[in-house]
Design a protein around this ligand. Structure first.
Ligand code: GLY
Length: 381
């Protein structure tokens, strides 16, 4: 795709999170001229994520089409990671370690058994395990756990290395990174969009604009918010702990149901351990709250008591881009040349490659893959 105006990029992607950066890199790789507008690329929701690639763990009742997309996304990950590592000349630590889910009490076990049946009915691998089988796979689990399951296909990537590599891959592929905030879209007389106005009053023309602004999508000026899909912030507290890489506490991801609450522990090869996450409807409040940190730590150590020995390195909050049906919005809007790629909620890292493929297809004038087609931006308007 080449711009008819020469100096005008084929696309401006507003938002340099994991979605915007992935789309920009793959679009540039496909030969398009692309700019990314973001004052702090890579520092959105994906920076505070855990990097779980979890089609089985995240499969929920009523979300069958989304689970199909998650499965396609998980299958796309190995080649995406390999290509990205080559393009960035850096590691993203894609780790095919699988996940063990555990139940702390009897009612947690009943709840887990119920969802296992549902997950298996969708064709996901989710195999029940006794408590001792869980502890054989993950010796650090608490002796009192009541059973669990293994999700052999739920893997992980180091989310921070991922966004760092994406920025580098964008740079090396000629993506222009614009370190400024986008304030508004500019409308054409025929009702389309032909570029982006920045906070510093510069105007950047573009052949097309893609909004990949996470929960902020509806805050962009210049267009009525109701033409954009409804995305809201969903707060999460998350912790980072540090252990000895030579004696890792965990070698697989652990998800735990702890007296009805969920948490997860994601071990990295460098010895760090990510523990998450709360799910809170508090608008755009990003304060770190003592009670949430306490509850998260307490739940996680009930599943893996050895956590107590690790160094607590970081407590953070992030805002997931939530949508009414927990699924993303990827496609053209009703305004000509304006697309969105947002609303990825708990699965932005998992869905980044398939979303980026979809954005590249749209910019090239093609349709998105059938598995992505149900997630058009107008479905909740
Ligand atoms: N992907 C898990 C979370 O959003 O907490």
């Amino acid at each position: 795709v080449t711009s008819p105006l020469g100096s005008v990029p084929d696309a401006i992607i507003v938002g340099g999170g994991v979605i915007g950066l992935s789309a920009a890199w793959l679009a540039a790789r496909a030969g398009m001229r692309v700019s990314v507008v973001d004052p702090a690329p890579g520092r959105g929701a994906a920076w505070v994520a855990a990097g779980m690639l979890a089609p089985a763990g995240e499969a929920a009742y009523g979300e069958e089409a989304l689970t199909r997309l998650h499965l396609a996304a998980a299958a796309r990950w190995p080649s995406f990671a390999a290509d990205l590592e080559e393009a960035a000349q850096d590691q993203v630590c894609y780790r095919a370690c699988g996940t063990v889910a555990v139940a702390i009490d009897a009612s947690d076990r009943t709840a887990l058994e119920d969802v296992l049946e549902f997950k298996r009915s969708l064709g996901l691998r989710a195999d029940p395990l006794s408590a001792s089988e869980c502890r054989r796979l993950v010796p650090a689990l608490a002796p009192g756990i009541r059973g669990g399951a293994v999700f052999p296909d739920d893997h992980q990537v180091d989310n921070r290395r991922l966004v760092t590599a994406l920025i580098e891959a964008c740079r090396r592929s000629g993506v222009e990174m614009v370190s400024e905030e986008a304030s508004a879209l500019r409308r054409t007389p025929t009702g389309g969009v032909d570029g982006v106005e920045l906070r510093d009053h510069r105007f950047l023309p573009a052949g097309a604009v893609v909004l990949a602004m996470g929960w902020r999508t509806r805050t962009i000026g210049g267009v009525p918010p109701e033409v954009l899909p409804p995305v809201r912030p969903v707060k999460g507290h998350i912790l980072r702990l540090r252990g000895d890489p030579a004696e890792p506490l965990l070698e697989r991801t652990v998800r735990a149901l702890v007296h009805g609450r969920s948490c997860y522990l994601v071990p990295r090869l460098d010895g760090s351990l990510v523990v998450g996450a709360t799910v809170e409807e508090r608008g755009s409040d990003e304060r770190l709250q003592a009670g949430a940190v306490h509850a998260l730590l307490d739940d996680a150590r009930q599943a893996v008591p050895g956590l107590d020995e690790l160094e607590l390195e970081e407590c953070a909050t992030g805002l997931r881009p939530g949508s009414p049906d927990n699924a993303p919005f990827v496609g053209w809007t009703s305004l000509e040349r304006l697309a969105v790629a947002t609303g990825h909620y708990r699965n932005g890292v998992l869905l980044a490659p398939v979303t980026a493929d979809g954005v590249v297809a749209l910019l090239a004038g093609a349709d998105v893959a059938p598995v992505l087609a149900p997630f058009s931006p107008d479905r909740c308007l």
